[in-house]
Design a protein around this ligand. Structure first.
Ligand SMILES: Cc1cc2nc3c(=O)[nH]c(=O)nc-3n(C[C@H](O)[C@H](O)[C@H](O)COP(=O)(O)OP(=O)(O)OC[C@H]3O[C@@H](n4cnc5c(N)ncnc54)[C@H](O)[C@@H]3O)c2cc1C
Length: 361
């Protein structure tokens, strides 16, 4: 089987790697460089919170999260890249009277506790004394997503994927109701299946095919402070999140904005991030700003990932719409898409994520 993967973000690179491992021939088209867009802009949190505990998305996130320690090991062995996987845990400040969130379904083994007073401030002394209680999720992890996407791309190349950076796919060629090829820089490239992992740009390729799916960008702005010597040991996730990286930066993120593809970091965006960050940890005030940036999360109208075949066009597959969770969801997405493409059946529950939910509208 020969699969044409469009998009070299974390989703395209991870899926190309797993497909090649499973014996498929894979061509990966990336119009810029691997990881150039949302996958590099992210903070690298593998955060399990944020979904209703019983939802299919919560289950998918937990399943992917459980894959991460092995993925990190495997990629390091193959490529030598250390993705800075940190497993210390995250503190979620609680408002007065606010209850701790329930663990996701299947996650009763996760270390969730509520800390207060000396226990809290002894653990993370830099936290503002105004924070009285916080949930400590001992099992929250984070990593360096820029390194992760490069590690997946290198691993994919070693596994035999034909990676084509600088190659723009202008259209998917559908003949007799089947996706048989793509046009990339004027060249026709044929395959047995076309997998669109083009992130926030996916609709550019689906709209001309009459596919009733709209993927929109949701801009996220972030900044990094110089964090040497470190002020924080743990991730802190309040109205903004603070992510200490071993390589010496403290990431502060992120806005979620409907701003089209305007590639801009704004005064208001950075001001709101810094104001909230300093409310959480006042002693960050003197740290130098290392850099600022923004990226475009792929967002589907119901906010959920879009995974699987498009019903009306044989051979056309989608893996997009990962919105705020694409780094966390990459390993499970890659395995799911590989199992599905190579055996014809999905290996996990996918009812909420099927592309056909948009075909029915
Ligand atoms: C500020 C910010 C913070 C985030 N933080 C986190 C986090 O902490 N944890 C988490 O799990 N997620 C986070 N996310 C979300 C996560 O980054 C995304 O869900 C994920 O990166 C999406 O991956 P992707 O591969 O689908 O998209 P992308 O990384 O955007 O990749 C799509 C690629 O397709 C290419 N492409 C598009 N069209 C074409 C074409 N026609 N031909 C060839 N190539 C094409 C693009 O150049 C791009 O490289 C964050 C996102 C942002 C913006």
């Amino acid at each position: 089987m020969r699969v044409l993967v469009v998009g070299g973000g974390i989703i395209g690179c991870a899926t190309a790697y797993e497909l090649a491992k499973a014996g498929a021939g894979v061509v990966l088209f990336e119009r810029s460089t691997p990881g150039a867009e949302a996958s590099s802009a992210a903070a690298g949190l593998l955060a399990l919170h944020g979904e209703p505990a019983q939802s299919e998305l919560a289950r998918l996130k937990l399943a992917s999260w459980r894959l991460y320690p092995d993925v990190v090991r495997e990629l390091r062995e193959l490529t030598g890249i250390d993705v800075e996987h940190v497993t210390h845990g995250t503190l979620y400040p609680l408002a007065r009277g606010e209850a701790a969130p329930a663990p996701p379904a299947g996650g009763s083994d996760l270390g969730i506790e509520v800390l207060e007073g000396k226990d809290l401030h002894g653990l993370e002394p830099a936290l503002s004394p105004r924070i009285e209680r916080a949930v400590f999720l001992r099992d929250d992890h984070w990593l360096n997503n820029q390194r992760l996407v490069i590690a997946y791309a290198q691993a994919a190349a070693r596994a035999g994927v034909d990676i084509r950076p600088g190659s723009n796919v202008s259209r998917v060629l559908v003949e007799a109701g089947r996706a048989r090829a793509v046009e990339a820089d004027g060249e026709r490239v044929s395959g047995d299946a076309v997998l669109l992992a083009a992130g926030a740009w996916t609709s550019e390729l689906t709209a001309p095919l009459g596919v009733g799916l709209t993927i929109e960008p949701r801009r996220g702005q972030m900044l990094a402070l110089v964090h040497t010597p470190p002020v924080l040991t743990y991730c802190v996730d309040g109205e903004v999140y603070l992510v200490p990286r071993p390589s010496g930066e403290l990431l502060i993120g992120a806005t979620v904005e409907r701003a089209g593809f305007q590639r801009a970091v704004t005064a208001e965006g950075i001001q709101s991030l810094l104001q909230r960050a300093l409310e959480l940890v006042p002693s960050l005030a003197g740290l130098p700003i290392a850099r600022t940036w923004c990226g475009f999360r792929p967002w589907a109208p119901d906010g959920l990932p879009v995974l699987g075949p498009w019903p009306a066009i044989e051979g056309l597959w989608l893996a997009t719409g990962h919105f705020r969770n694409g780094i966390l969801l990459a390993p499970i997405t890659a395995r799911l898409m590989t199992d599905w493409l190579t055996t014809g059946k999905p290996s996990v529950e996918v009812g909420d994520f099927l592309p056909e939910r948009f075909a029915r509208r």
